[in-house]
Ligand binder design. Structure first.
Ligand SMILES: Cc1cc2nc3c(=O)[nH]c(=O)nc-3n(C[C@H](O)[C@H](O)[C@H](O)COP(=O)(O)O)c2cc1C
Length: 185
């Protein structure tokens, strides 16, 4: 079975990223894929500290070996990310920088969120990096403006009509891409 990783790109206390990512997980749960919920706060990678260029895959630290294995076993990704100061978050870029080959020729879908921009500048800022690593952006994606206004009293994120439609299209595409990747392994 194909494996999809949901990656939570913000790590600060009280982050909105967690309830948004849990919503993604709920929406994905009815599909025929294995889901890996990868919370960068829990994974807690230090700033990239390997002595060798990651393209050499000569990893020396246990945290790198574990992260490399997890990403290598993934067929496609959903990255849940805000923008910080009109760019991507530092924890997300740090997690990317640990690896090279493990990302290659895989699809990534974005669920971005923020103010009026819905986090889209953070995604756009990753363009060069995605191109170099051979990560292919899906056509469908989810862009959420002011997600904190969609939290229930219990702290769960609830999508509305257009958001749910975008989520369905995004999940359709990423599951399809994950299946194709898994078949060609
Ligand atoms: C350091 C920082 C920088 C931010 N920069 C932006 C920004 O450039 N554009 C934007 O729309 N919102 C910005 N915001 C507001 C975020 O969209 C909002 O706080 C969001 O919930 C952040 O995601 P998180 O809660 O998962 O950390 C920023 C928030 C933080 C903490």
């Amino acid at each position: 079975m194909a494996k999809v990783m949901i990656l939570v790109a913000s790590v600060r206390e009280g982050r909105t990223g967690l309830p948004v990512a849990k919503w993604v997980e709920r929406e994905l749960s009815s599909r025929d894929v294995e889901v890996d919920f990868a919370d960068l706060k829990e994974i807690d990678l230090p700033f990239m500290d390997e002595p060798n260029h990651p393209a050499a895959q000569q990893y020396t630290k246990e945290h790198t070996k574990a992260w490399a294995k997890r990403v290598a076993e993934t067929d496609a990704f959903i990255w849940v990310t805000p923008e910080y100061n009109h760019s991507f978050t530092a924890p997300l870029k740090n997690a990317i920088d640990y690896l090279v080959h493990e990302w290659r020729d895989k699809s990534v879908a974005f669920v971005s969120y923020g103010g009026q921009s819905s986090g889209t500048r953070g995604v756009a800022g990753l363009g060069e990096t995605l191109g170099y690593l051979g990560l292919n952006r899906t056509v469908a994606n989810v862009e959420i403006s002011h997600p904190w206004g969609h939290l229930t009293d219990g702290g769960e994120f609830e999508g509305t009509g257009p958001m749910n439609e975008a989520m369905k299209a995004t999940i359709d595409e990423i599951v399809n891409d994950a299946d194709s990747h898994a078949k060609n392994r």
